[in-house]
Every structure is written in structure tokens, then in C-alpha cells.
Design a protein around this ligand. Structure first.
Ligand SMILES: *[C@@H]1O[C@H](CO)[C@@H](O)[C@H](O)[C@H]1NC(C)=O
Ligand SMILES: *[C@@H]1O[C@H](CO)[C@@H](O)[C@H](O)[C@H]1NC(C)=O
Ligand SMILES: *[C@@H]1O[C@H](CO)[C@@H](O)[C@H](O)[C@H]1NC(C)=O
Ligand SMILES: *[C@@H]1O[C@H](CO)[C@@H](O)[C@H](O)[C@H]1NC(C)=O
Length: 196
């Protein structure tokens, strides 16, 4: 009995010391790095919808959240080659746009431009800015949006705040196109490096 008590005391001491040391290691680095190598096992995953409401040059100034900042070039006007669009778009968990005072889950702030002569193709660089009770911080995304493909991957190159140093992939899929001035993308954001 006494032997048992002594050994459980010893193991308790070991556990306490180990926890203390882990605590120190944690404190030294602040966060723990999680790296996932399996495609289907990201360390964090979320699906958000990106709503691009383009300024139509006329009546939708109250509603629009993006605007062409340059004209297409004469090189290939039909594919908008060289046109750059700056956006501050709402990102939502569901497909619907926020109504009334409802806040979006995040804002997508950045730009895309059209970069192909023969067909429509674009390139994106933007931050997802989170400022809610759920998340505060940014995720930074960039890459080619190969518009001919049903789904295309762009890189999550970094993050800040709750997404400190995050890296991963965002899979984009065009979910809706309404006329020339609205489209919606589904973004499946999968992080493979998380610091928690
Ligand atoms: C703006 O509204 C006017 C009047 O309803 C309409 O004639 C015009 O075509 C609209 N402009 C655009 C760019 O939608
Ligand atoms: C804003 O634009 C979106 C996309 O075209 C449309 O669905 C929505 O009804 C518009 N909202 C208002 C208030 O005009
Ligand atoms: C490109 O097309 C637009 C709309 O059709 C037109 O207004 C513009 O003048 C054209 N630009 C060039 C450089 O051809
Ligand atoms: C974030 O939200 C807080 C509280 O609603 C607000 O005071 C602050 O201005 C917001 N920051 C940004 C960058 O939007």
C-alpha cells in the first residue's frame, strides 16, 4: 500500500514537472504549431461566400462594394485584359447577402485583375478581415483564379490575430452570376498550418 502511495506520488510529481515544463515551453513560444500533411485533414476549415457587387457606373453606389479602377486595355478589350477591380466585399456563412444591420462574417479587401488575352481569367490578392466575437484578425490570400475551371485553388499565404501565421489553400467555386454586376464565390478555406 505504502509502495503504491509512494509511486503514485512520484508519478504525480513527474506529471506536475512535465506540465510545468510544457507550460514554460508554451510561454516561451506563445503558441503551438500544428501542421497537417493530409489534404483532407486541415487543422482548420471554414466555408464562406464572397459577394462581389460591382459598381455599374450609375445607380448602385449605395449597394456596390467593388469598382473597376482601370479600363481594359486595347490589347484585348473583350477579355477585359488589364482591368483591375478593387473590392471591400462582404463574406457570409450562408449564400444570402447580409440584410439590414446584420454584419458579415468578414470583409474581403483587396483586388483582382484580368490577365488573359484569349479568354476570361483573373488574379486575386486580398485579406479576409475578421472583426467579430468569433474571430479577430486577418487571412491573406492570393493566386490565379483560373476561371475556366469549375474549382480552383489559391494560396492562403499568412494570417494575423486569431489566424497568426496561418497557411493553407482556399478552393474557389463560382456559385452565382447575375448579369454583369454581381457574382458570388464559394470559398472553402482549409488551413494546414495553424498556431494555437
Ligand atoms: C439607372 O437608372 C435609370 C433610371 O431608372 C436607368 O434608365 C439607367 O439605365 C440606370 N443605369 C444603370 C447603369 O443601370
Ligand atoms: C444589391 O445587389 C445585390 C446583387 O446584385 C442584389 O441581390 C440586392 O438586391 C441589392 N440590394 C439592394 C438594396 O439594392
Ligand atoms: C472597350 O470596350 C468598352 C465597352 O464595350 C468601350 O467602352 C471601350 O471604349 C473599349 N476600350 C478599348 C480600348 O477598346
Ligand atoms: C471592430 O469592431 C469594433 C467593435 O464593433 C469596432 O469598434 C472597430 O472599429 C472595428 N474595427 C475595424 C477595423 O473594423
Amino acid at each position: 500500500m505504502q509502495g503504491l502511495a509512494a509511486s503514485s506520488k512520484l508519478s504525480l510529481t513527474v506529471v506536475v514537472v512535465a506540465v510545468f515544463l510544457l507550460g514554460l515551453a508554451g510561454a516561451a513560444h506563445g503558441r503551438r504549431k500544428l501542421v497537417s500533411s493530409a489534404n483532407d485533414e486541415p487543422c482548420k476549415k471554414m466555408t464562406l461566400y464572397y459577394h462581389d457587387i460591382l459598381y455599374d457606373g450609375g445607380n448602385n453606389t449605395a449597394n456596390a462594394t467593388s469598382a473597376a479602377a482601370t479600363e481594359p486595355t486595347a490589347l484585348s478589350n473583350s477579355t477585359y485584359f488589364g482591368m483591375l477591380v478593387v473590392f471591400d466585399d462582404p463574406m457570409t456563412k450562408r449564400k444570402a447577402l447580409p440584410v439590414g444591420n446584420e454584419l458579415p462574417t468578414a470583409r474581403a479587401q483587396g483586388f483582382y485583375f484580368y490577365d488573359k488575352k484569349g479568354s476570361l481569367n483573373s488574379w486575386f490578392a486580398f485579406s479576409l478581415v475578421f472583426n467579430s466575437t468569433a474571430y479577430k484578425g486577418t487571412l491573406n490570400l492570393m493566386g490565379a483564379d483560373l476561371m475556366g475551371e469549375r474549382t480552383r485553388d489559391i494560396s492562403v499565404v499568412g494570417g494575423t490575430g486569431d489566424f497568426f501565421m496561418a497557411r493553407g489553400i482556399a478552393t474557389l467555386r463560382t456559385d452565382a452570376m447575375e448579369g454583369l454586376y454581381y457574382f458570388r464565390l464559394q470559398m472553402d478555406i482549409k488551413l494546414y498550418e495553424c498556431y494555437v
